[in-house]
Design a protein around this ligand. Structure first.
Ligand SMILES: [Zn+2]
Length: 77
């Protein structure tokens, strides 16, 4: 810190400000990604069987394909 003040105080200060600005941004993005992952997981989880369908549950059906069309699953099996 002492040496940096004597030689490159401006650069050191600017770098510290950049780090301070970068940290909250990274936290916000990580939180957004976490919220997105939870939202995607909630959308992918079927409310009928409670299993992760592996895809977003269609809003028109409100449940996963096997739950919405049990007849097709029985025919396929
Ligand atoms: Zn289901």
């Amino acid at each position: 810190m002492r040496r940096s003040r004597n030689r490159k105080s401006g650069v050191a200060v600017a770098f510290l400000y950049r780090v301070d600005r970068a940290k909250p941004v990274r936290r916000m993005t990580s939180r957004k990604w976490g919220a997105l992952a939870l939202a995607m997981l909630a959308r992918r989880t079927c409310p009928a069987c409670g299993l992760d369908a592996g895809y977003v549950i269609p809003p028109s059906l409100g449940m996963c394909i096997p739950c919405a069309y049990p007849d097709d699953q029985q025919r396929a099996a």
